[in-house]
Design a protein around this ligand. Structure first.
Ligand code: SAM
Length: 438
């Protein structure tokens, strides 16, 4: 059975298949391939291959001694790909296309158990709800030393779609993409590294569709609302008039929020990341290349001080009862760093307390400041959450990551209003919701 994401992708792409190639994608896939150093004779897996635009470019590069396997879930896209292969009468004997959900590669006979020199995923990463989990699974199909290349959108790329995503989140509706995390080259780097790959480069490719930058008027929100919510909503996210009415007001609000001097700017760029699986087949453990301290933090009285050599990622606002009680407020905001980049330099008043089964919390017993938490559950074991209040902003060299989620809203205090910032909203937290834990 395909994932829910895959079912939505089919709805979205089936009707676009027949004229998909009449778009900027053909040119972009050539630019994408030119950034990879694919050698003759290599075996390539092109995931979410669509109509094979990138697959055929790669097949020309690897030549007859190499091979390219294309996988996509949308039958119409693959029909176009197969038709193009047939039309070239024998030129592409080194290419196969297979239908399947790339979140379930183990179910695809022709891929199962294999490992490839190169894996490419063009114009598709933002279609997946959890980019790190997706890349982690794809990386299992890389040979040791093999390379994965993937792109993600600039936050101002296709602005009307981004506004739609924010509106859907505010209405607790699922949209068939997730691009809010992709803010800059650094966000793609973090995702690739957290999936266990060694990043070779992340670059910005400008003018993906050929216009570079353009400006929209404030009043144009209505045209985009009609186009995206009424005409193109093939996945029926905005399924009835009541939802559409609510969405209309929010769409205007989010659109206006992006405007500067009455104009909303669109920037036609993407980030392209190229990352390698370590040569011994293990997961790469990221660490700061220079071991330079990029931030410092601590408590009010000075009994607890810490430093980190890694940039912070993923700000989460937690509204759980424990966070309310230990902060004496409505929530605690946390940022995250890899635990091994964190160094507690003053610990005289540092106390660790287990207040729930999911994590241990750090406090200062001198002044009572909450400092952070270390998680017990498997997928977060390697990171430490630190309270934003404990960060010394004057020591911080970097860009503050965005708020990505509001968690434990099921326990939220009634007097708190959750900000409309487009971040995910969860009743508990992602791992617990996936595992069905209380
Ligand atoms: C924008 S197209 C990109 C196609 C191609 N990579 C290119 O650059 O032209 C996105 C593709 O992702 C495919 N896709 C989305 N989710 C998928 C999934 N779970 N498994 C396989 N393919 C998927 C869609 O069917 C669609 O063909």
């Amino acid at each position: 059975m395909a994932s829910e994401q895959a079912d939505k992708a089919v709805l979205f792409y089936e009707s676009r298949s027949f004229n998909y190639d009449d778009s900027w994608h053909a040119d972009f896939t050539k630019r994408f391939a030119a950034e990879l150093n694919i050698q003759t004779g290599r075996h390539v897996l092109d995931l979410a291959c669509g109509t094979g635009l990138l697959t055929f470019v790669e097949a020309d590069i690897v030549g007859p001694s190499g091979h390219v396997t294309g996988v996509d879930v949308t039958p119409g896209m693959l029909r176009v790909a197969d038709f193009k292969k047939k039309k070239e009468a024998g030129r592409y004997a080194n290419v196969d296309f297979h239908q399947g959900d790339i979140l379930k590669l183990q179910d695809i006979e022709e891929v199962k158990g294999k490992q490839f020199d190169v894996i490419t995923v063009a114009s598709a990463l933002v279609l997946f709800p959890d980019p790190k989990a997706a890349i982690e699974q794809w990386a299992r199909y890389l040979k040791p030393g093999g390379v994965l290349a993937v792109d993600s959108t600039h936050p101002r790329n296709l602005v009307p779609g981004m506004v739609l995503e924010r509106v859907a989140r505010r209405l607790d509706l699922q949209v068939p993409y997730n691009r809010e995390w992709s803010q800059n080259e650094g966000s793609l780097k973090i995702v690739l590294e957290s999936a266990g790959l060694e990043v070779e480069k992340v670059i910005t490719i400008e003018s993906q569709a050929g216009y570079g930058k353009r400006q929209y008027d404030l009043e144009q929100w209505d045209d985009f609302f009609v186009e995206n919510v009424i005409v193109k909503d093939v996945a029926r996210t905005f399924a009835n008039n009541d939802i559409r009415r609510k969405a209309q007001g929010l769409y205007k609000e989010e659109w206006e929020r992006l405007a500067v001097n009455g104009k909303v700017e669109e920037i036609d760029s993407v980030f392209l990341g190229v990352a390698r699986k370590p040569a011994d087949g293990s997961k790469h453990i990221p660490c700061s290349s220079s071991n330079e301290v990029v931030l410092e933090g601590g408590c009010r009285c000075g009994g607890v001080r810490y430093t980190s050599t890694q940039q912070p990622s993923n700000v989460t606002f937690c509204y759980c009862r424990a966070c309310q009680q230990v902060s004496g407020s409505g929530y605690l905001p946390f940022y995250h760093v890899e635990s091994k980049s964190l160094n507690f330099t003053h610990t005289s008043t540092l106390k660790t307390l287990g207040l729930s089964k999911f994590a241990d919390r750090f406090f200062c017993t001198g002044c009572g400041s909450p400092i952070g938490m270390k998680y017990h559950f498997e997928e977060e074991k390697h990171v430490t959450g630190l309270t934003l209040g404990s960060l010394f902003f004057d020591t911080f060299k970097g860009n503050m990551p965005k708020v990505v989620q509001h968690i434990f809203l099921g326990e939220k205090a009634p007097w708190i209003t959750v900000p409309d910032d487009g971040a995910k909203r969860l009743q508990t937290f992602a791992y617990a919701e996936r595992m069905g834990l209380e």
